[in-house]
Design a protein around this ligand. Sequence first.
Ligand code: 13P
Length: 336
Amino acid sequence: MKPIDLQATALELVAPGKGILAADESGPTIEKRFKAVGVISTFEHRRAYRELLLTTPGLNAFISGAILYDETLRQQTSTGETFPAMLARQGIFPGIKVDQGAKPLAGFPGEKITEGLDGLRERLAEYGQLGAKFTKWRAVIAVGPGTPTLTGAVLNAQALARFAALSQEAGLVPVVEPEVLMDGPHELARHQEVTELMLHQVFRALYEQRVQLDGLLLKVNMVLAGTECPTPAGGAEVVEATRQCLLRTVPAAVPGVLFLSGGQSDLQATEHLDALNRRGEVPWQLSFSYGRALQAPALKAWAGRPDRAALAQQALLQRARCNSAARFGQYTAEME
Ligand code: 13P
């Protein structure tokens, strides 16, 4: 392993004006997303939809990397090229989700632990051969009255660090994703408290497990009021809470922080990223790795109809363009 390569790739993934497209929905998740637009989730529909997204003309101006699911990494475009080869040709790094989902944590009602460490070294070697350059592992933390417990936070942090260490060993840049969900009635301050707890545990585990901080990226939630919170937070509060939370917990050696959209509307995800970059004065690149907030309008436009592929690509490109502007704090409502 050459440490410098990891850092160089991490820096390219957060190059100014660019972000990551998360298109790594697992089988059950893509089925849910397809169902919402009346599409049956078949092998071919999933392939066609992902081909449409990933071959969008001009996408590489705004997108540095795309996170794929195991199935997609092995599929081919209609011209017979593998997805990783097609992406690499466009200068987009192919990435791969390597966790195997969050399962209930035994003995801790309401908490989850992400699985997928067994056999991971061998899977990573194969993913590298298939063309992946970076990897993602997501821990899912729900905010409840007494959760997460310290045990739940520590166990998830340790799994993230095991994943990150193995990825770096394989020469792949780990995207370390502890997601504190926005679901629930909690206030902004509570979301900040839990996100801080989680990030402290994550960086402690990364240090203890000798993970190279300048060769990874952090993917995390913005600090928000819960979806059922009676006192919703405004943009300025979100910016201050998110910034403070990150400054208190994330070492400056980390090249970039990628936000997930996590159920925010497309516009909100763009506006918040823009406001964070306008505020500035942080040691890391603040970028995006959105799934829903990049794909939602494209999926709706497509709705399974091949004749609407170009329309869907325009919708994706529009979100990518706006989020690219938000990387510079230069997004305006007129761009919509
Ligand atoms: P969302 O942006 O839809 O939250 O998805 C990002 C992601 O990859 C979560 O792991």
